[in-house]
Design a protein around this ligand. Structure first.
Ligand SMILES: [Ca+2]
Ligand SMILES: [Ca+2]
Ligand SMILES: [Ca+2]
Ligand SMILES: [Ca+2]
Length: 217
């Protein structure tokens, strides 16, 4: 009488063990998939942050390279303390023994609508950024040889954490300043640039960098 009941109980445990094992396996696989998916998203975001930082650094490096030897007397309009994101400049090309200075052709920096984007409060190109800009350098401005070079795409419409509200959100003394801004104090130009891009899941990577250039007389 004992044997069948033990066998039956034994068979019962086996089925229960199978069920528990199956459940645990399911949970483990589910957790692993979740970790893998979360890890993938985190990696994609870290990659985007890295690319946005690199893009901002390279763009500012190129602007600084172009402004090397720019003359303080040849910047128009004068950025002053309020700043500007669009200006022309000329570099000191040579200085004669008698002190006569000659200047280069005119360069210009412009903050223009990014490719496929219009300044209309809407994300026209579907990249989740609204009214983003591109920073464009013009060589030989006003001449037949004039040439445009884009130094950076995905420039945020406004600097850093600024939103269009007439208020200075980031506390730098300027309200609603653009995502690329140059100010001047004495012979020192200060340049700031914000690059921003989003992932499809709407996570946003933003980098704001600042650098300075010493102008020639
Ligand atoms: Ca856009
Ligand atoms: Ca737009
Ligand atoms: Ca501000
Ligand atoms: Ca603001």
């Amino acid at each position: 009488m004992k044997t069948p009941s033990i066998r039956s109980a034994r068979a019962g445990f086996t089925l229960l063990e199978v069920a528990v094992t199956g459940l645990m396996l399911g949970l483990i696989l589910g957790a692993a998939a979740l970790v893998s998916s979360t890890g993938g998203q985190a990696a994609r975001y870290a990659d985007l942050q890295s690319r946005v930082q690199t893009k901002a650094r390279r763009a500012l490096d190129r602007v600084v390279e172009q402004l090397n030897a720019a003359s303080q007397s040849q910047i128009a309009p004068d950025p002053g303390a309020v700043g500007t994101s669009t200006f022309s400049f000329r570099k000191v090309a040579s200085v004669s023994n008698g002190g006569v200075v000659t200047f280069s052709n005119t360069f210009r920096l412009d903050l223009l609508d990014d490719d496929g984007e219009a300044d209309d409060g809407v994300d026209n190109d579907g990249d989740l950024s609204i009214d983003e800009k591109q920073l464009v350098l013009t060589l030989d401005s006003g001449l037949a040889s004039e040439k445009n070079i884009t130094l950076a795409h995905d420039v945020r419409e406004l600097m850093g954490t600024e939103i269009a509200n007439g208020v200075d959100d980031d506390g730098d003394g300027l309200a609603d300043e653009p995502g690329f801004l140059v100010t001047r104090s004495g012979s020192l130009l200060t340049l700031r640039l914000t690059i921003e891009q989003s992932l499809a899941d709407r996570r946003v990577a933003t980098t704001t960098l600042q650098t300075a250039v010493l102008l020639r007389n």
